[in-house]
Every structure is written in structure tokens, then in C-alpha cells.
Ligand binder design. Structure first.
Ligand SMILES: [Zn+2]
Length: 390
């Protein structure tokens, strides 16, 4: 069964140009004119115009999805280009939606793009979802993921889910009438700070392509009402082993969102529900700091300052300021290598891990230890512009 209504299909029509454009669809009985009209009538909302949103939007547009909504409030950053293929080098600094809308129009001018330049929130999600048939989740954080799921359950829209981390990905179709939702699988978010983001842990550039194309495939199958969607199945993608496994999922009768007696009857504060994570959590450790310019002045004037680099060895290879390398995880067993009588300045990439290192050392009795504010990135900005940033 297709998620597109008969009335919607009746209102769609293809011009001769569109017939030619979609001819490789039209000659397949599984799509045909009926299927192509369903695609044209379909309204798909992509949450995020980043790693997953890029291949998703490009393929859904090329396939002839009539109305493509996109929600994003971000700006294209240089580090996005390794995987967010809808954006070009010339787009760095531009709004992601501006860049994405342009690319989609270039691929298929028959697609109507609705750009929502906003952060998806409990205040706007239900209203945004109402005008779409399918929601595709291309977000990279837990609060938005739970928000998308709950809003899908509440509005009765299928949630085409995908997530990626380093070399691994997941995909499924949640919140259909008969199938489980994200909360049937994960009723509670992981403990705050336990799961690093792509910015913290990295991600193989092709992985969002792999998973995003799986999501696009699922969205198109739902529109056509053909094939076996990933309802009740969690697809696990391991790019390193190039293995695809699948877990059976059942609808949980006790699920707080889609169970028999749901406790989630309206959208909640998802930031609070998931706890403050990542960089915000790191910043909450308050330790003495030193500015990059001040450290530079001390080093230049020959002061006896010891620079401690708590990043990983592969990060040290990208760039370093000659600091003594002890990765944060090794610090407890290697702290004896440090001289507690010397002034120590610890640094990492952006200041989060080294704040933890300073906190640890202070508790271990080090009195003269400070955190380099903003890490090696701030050093590159303020002291040495030739240093590569990552
Ligand atoms: Zn559920």
C-alpha cells in the first residue's frame, strides 16, 4: 500500500518532458506511469541537509518526488565537503538550504523545494510534518532523533531512519501503523556524553552516501507501495567488513510512544530528555585557562612551561605545537611522567578533552596546570595561521 492518497495521485500529471526524463522508470512495470504519478504527488520532508540529507535529496529529486521539504539552519563548513556532496567548495559559508535548493533545481526543475530555515523543535515539528507524507531523518544527534520519532508517531507519518558513525550505519522504517518506532528499539537515550558525535569520533566520507541511498530507496518504495520496506527490521551496515546484517524488531506494546498506553502524548524537551551532551558537557568542567597569545609570550620569553598534548597520536601527526604527547585515556597511568613542580599547559583539539585532563591532574595534586583555551584550533587562529586545522 502506498502512503500517497488517490486524490493526490489524481491531481498529478506528467508533461512530455517529464515522460522523457522518467522513461527508465516508466518502462518498468513496478513503477510505470502509476508509480511515477505517485512520486510526483509525493511530499517528502528531509530533516537535515548534511551527510545523509545530501544523497537523499539528490536521489529523491532525480527520481521525480514532486515536493521535497528540507529542514536545516546550518551553514556549509569546509569540513562538511568530505561527505556532504550536495554542497560544493564554492558554497562554503553559504546557507546549506540555499546551496541544496540550487543543486536540486539544477538536477530536476520539476521538483518543488520547500526550504525550512529553522531548527526542528518541539514547537514546530508537528506543524511542519503535517504537510508531508513521509519524513526522512538525516539528523546526527539524539535529541532531534527522538523528536523526529515522536512527532512521526503523533502525526502518523512513517519515519525513514538512518544513522552513521565512523564505519558503521543503521537504517530502518519506523512509526508505520503496523511497525515499531525508534522508541520500541531504544526507549531511553544513551547516557549523556557516552556516544561521541561525528565531529568527535569521525566518519568515513562515503558512509552517509551508503546509508542515505538506503533511506532514499525506502522512501521511494513507500511511495510506490512496492517491495518489502525495512519495517520491523533494523539494517546494520559495516563498511569495513562490507557486511549487511539485519535485526528483527517488534512493536513493543509497552512503548512510551507507540504502545497501547503511550505516555508520550505531546512533544517534550528533548535536550533535557537526552541530557546535555558532547561539547556542552565538556565545557561544563571549569578549570584554570590560559589564552594562546599568553602561552606564546611565555614560550618566547623562555619561561619554563611544559606543554602537554592530550590528543591521539594520529591527531598529533596532523599538526602539533611540539607538546609532550599523552592521550587523555593514558593519562591516569602515565601521570608520573609529568613534573608537578613545573607549570603545565594542557591542550587538545578544541579544549574539551584537555579540560578533563587538567581536572584530573588537579585532583591528582598538580597545582600549576592550566588548559589552553580553545585548543590547538585557537592556537592556529590566534598564533600560527600556517598550522593546519582539522
Ligand atoms: Zn514504539
Amino acid at each position: 500500500m502506498s502512503t500517497i492518497t488517490q486524490t493526490q495521485i489524481q491531481q498529478a500529471a506528467l508533461s512530455n518532458e517529464e515522460v522523457l526524463r522518467y522513461s527508465r522508470h516508466l518502462i518498468m512495470p513496478e513503477v510505470g506511469m502509476e508509480g511515477q504519478l505517485k512520486l510526483k504527488a509525493a511530499r517528502v520532508l528531509c530533516i537535515g541537509a548534511g551527510g545523509l540529507g545530501s544523497p537523499l535529496a539528490l536521489y529523491l529529486a532525480a527520481a521525480g518526488v514532486g515536493k521535497l521539504g528540507m529542514v536545516d539552519f546550518d551553514v556549509v563548513d569546509y569540513t562538511n565537503l568530505q561527505r556532504q556532496i550536495i554542497h560544493s567548495t564554492a558554497d562554503v559559508g553559504r546557507r546549506k538550504l540555499e546551496s541544496a535548493t540550487e543543486k536540486i533545481a539544477a538536477i530536476n526543475p520539476f521538483v518543488q523545494v520547500k526550504a525550512f530555515e529553522t531548527k526542528l523543535s518541539s514547537a514546530n515539528a508537528l506543524q511542519l510534518f503535517r504537510d508531508f507524507d513521509i519524513i526522512v531523518d538525516g539528523t546526527d544527534n539524539f535529541p532531534t532523533r527522538y523528536l523526529v520519532n515522536d512527532a512521526c508517531v503523533l502525526t502518523g507519518k512513517p519515519n525513514v531512519y538512518g544513522s552513521i558513525f565512523r564505519f558503521e550505519g543503521q537504517a530502518s522504517v519506523f512509526a508505520t501503523k503496523e511497525g515499531p518506532c525508534y522508541r520500541c528499539l531504544y526507549p531511553e537515550p544513551p547516557p549523556a556524553g557516552l556516544v561521541p558525535s561525528c565531529a568527535e569520533g569521525g566518519v568515513l566520507g562515503i558512509l552517509p552516501g551508503l546509508v542515505g541511498v538506503i533511506q532514499a530507496t525506502e522512501a521511494i518504495k513507500l511511495i510506490l507501495g512496492k517491495g518489502e520496506p525495512l519495517i520491523g527490521r533494523l539494517l546494520l551496515v559495516d563498511a569495513m567488513g562490507m557486511k549487511f546484517r539485519e535485526l528483527r524488531l517488534r512493536k513493543n506494546p509497552l512503548c512510551p510512544a507507540c504502545g497501547k498506553n503511550p505516555t508520550v502524548t505531546k512533544l517534550i524537551d528533548y535536550e533535557q530528555f537526552c541530557g546535555i551532551r558532547g561539547e556542552e558537557a565538556q565545557a561544563s568542567v571549569t578549570v584554570p585557562e590560559i589564552q594562546p597569545e599568553e602561552l606564546k609570550r611565555k614560550l618566547d620569553s623562555g619561561e619554563n612551561v611544559f606543554v602537554l598534548d592530550v590528543r591521539e597520536p594520529h591527531e598529533y601527526q596532523i599538526c602539533n605545537i611540539g607538546g609532550y604527547l599523552i592521550p587523555l585515556g593514558d593519562l591516569p597511568k602515565r601521570a608520573h611522567e609529568l613534573d608537578s613542580s613545573r607549570e603545565i599547559v594542557a591542550h587538545c583539539r578544541s579544549g574539551g578533552r584537555s579540560a578533563k585532563a587538567v581536572d584530573f591532574l588537579r585532583q591528582a595534586g598538580f597545582r600549576r596546570v592550566k588548559n589552553l583555551s580553545g585548543g590547538i584550533l585557537a592556537w592556529a587562529d590566534k598564533v600560527d595561521p600556517k598550522l593546519p586545522k582539522y
